[in-house]
Design a protein around this ligand. Structure first.
Ligand SMILES: NC(=O)c1ccc[n+]([C@@H]2O[C@H](COP(=O)([O-])OP(=O)(O)OC[C@H]3O[C@@H](n4cnc5c(N)ncnc54)[C@H](O)[C@@H]3O)[C@@H](O)[C@H]2O)c1
Length: 356
């Protein structure tokens, strides 16, 4: 029997800055998916984006409400700065549209919960782009942990290290709004913790399980703290060191910074259990982890294990719409991570452990 073509899905992308390029490239690869509309408060940027990724076929808007009101898109991809994730996603949900939202889901747990409730009430597919789940190695780590091959998980080390405050690998943060909003709480940034800390919290707790308590120290280094750059007051944390207790009793050391001179974008995770350990270093490989299991423990012998390919978050979103089944990671997961994030801020303010 001839297979029927996949259901056509027209995506509207809101926010056409740096990360939106990755969204467009990935959605453009999926059969039956088209980018039908794009929106940015900078109309020229939206036009350019449409020309670059859709040969100008996507209608360009400067207000997402107009884009939604036209009624000719089936879903939105929200790639705006963090403070706009909640309001724009809520507008799309009230119009009955599935939403693929960038991380962090919101700027606080209360807003994230509103998003979860609204999406459930409207019955729309909802996903948050914890994109490091696209690395097959983390899926294998989760399978190994779930199968019991690591025994009881006891100790976790995880880090996400960047250096864009000391290098120009990704351009000059002093002159680029795309970096400056990330340094300013007034612009809705939760600092490095909200920006890439959420990835590492998701990455670590996906195989290990929920986080029960945190003890966090957040810092905005003195050479930036309180400085002004145009409209931006630079006050968001740029380094974070967390002690973490997981619900299963395991302890973890998790840290992240924008000052990791010599590192560009390094994400690493090690999980140690009573019967084995795994480690992932994305500078080395996204699809192979190293494992120390069984007899290898006595020799400290680590062997590479290659993971099966995994569907990326963009495809999961489209599949969820087509099949009517929930896509992972969903808003509820985004809200769970947001809760841990809020607890880190409370812990930092109190200088004490805080339950999540
Ligand atoms: N999942 C990942 O791996 C990953 C990687 C990078 C960025 N991100 C996330 O993607 C989001 C965007 O980051 P970016 O690096 O592209 O930032 P960016 O500043 O380069 O782009 C944001 C764009 O949104 C536009 N914008 C602002 N307000 C708007 C509004 N009301 N309506 C429409 N457009 C609006 C800006 O003009 C800009 O073009 C952030 O939330 C960030 O955390 C995720």
């Amino acid at each position: 029997m001839k297979k029927s073509p996949p259901k056509k899905i027209r995506i509207g992308i809101v926010g056409t800055g740096g990360m939106a390029n990755a969204h467009a490239l990935e959605f453009n690869k999926i059969p039956g998916v088209s980018i039908a509309a794009v929106c940015d408060i900078d109309p020229a940027r939206a036009q350019e984006f449409s020309a670059k990724h859709t040969k100008g076929r996507a209608t360009a808007f400067s207000d997402h409400r107009d884009m939604i009101a036209r009624g000719d898109i089936d879903a939105i991809s929200n790639v705006t700065p963090d403070a706009l994730h909640a309001p724009i996603s809520l507008d799309a949900i009230s119009a009955g549209l599935p939403v693929f939202c960038e991380k962090p889901l919101a700027t606080c747990h209360a807003d994230a919960v509103k998003m979860v409730k609204a999406a459930h009430k409207a019955g729309v597919v909802n996903m948050v782009n914890f994109s490091y789940r696209n690395c097959p190695a983390i899926q294998l780590a989760r399978d190994l942990a779930a199968s019991g091959r690591l025994g009881d998980i006891v100790h976790i080390e995880a880090s996400y290290l960047q250096s864009w405050l000391v290098s120009k690998h990704w351009g000059d943060w002093r002159t680029s709004p795309g970096w400056l909003w990330r340094l300013s709480t007034k612009h809705g940034s939760k600092g490095v913790l909200g920006d890439v800390g959420v990835h590492i919290l998701d990455f670590a707790s996906m195989p290990v399980g929920p986080i029960r308590a945190v003890n966090a120290k957040l810092k905005a280094f003195q050479n930036l703290k309180g400085r002004r750059q145009g409209n931006y007051t630079l006050d968001a944390n740029d380094s974070a060191v967390l002690q973490v207790e997981f619900a299963n009793g395991a302890l973890g050391a998790i840290h992240t910074t924008r000052w990791a001179t010599g590192k560009v974008n390094s994400l690493a995770l090690a999980i140690h259990g009573t019967k084995g350990a795994v480690r992932i270093d994305l500078d080395k490989s996204a699809d192979t982890l190293e494992a120390c299991l069984g007899g290898d423990i006595e020799l400290s012998n680590w062997k590479p294990l290659k993971a099966k390919p995994t569907r990326c978050t963009y495809r999961r979103f489209i599949d969820a719409i087509r099949t009517g089944t929930p896509g992972e990671p969903d808003f509820a997961r985004g809200a769970e991570i947001q809760k841990a994030l809020d607890a880190c801020f409370t812990s930092n303010a109190k200088g004490a452990w805080v339950r999540v």
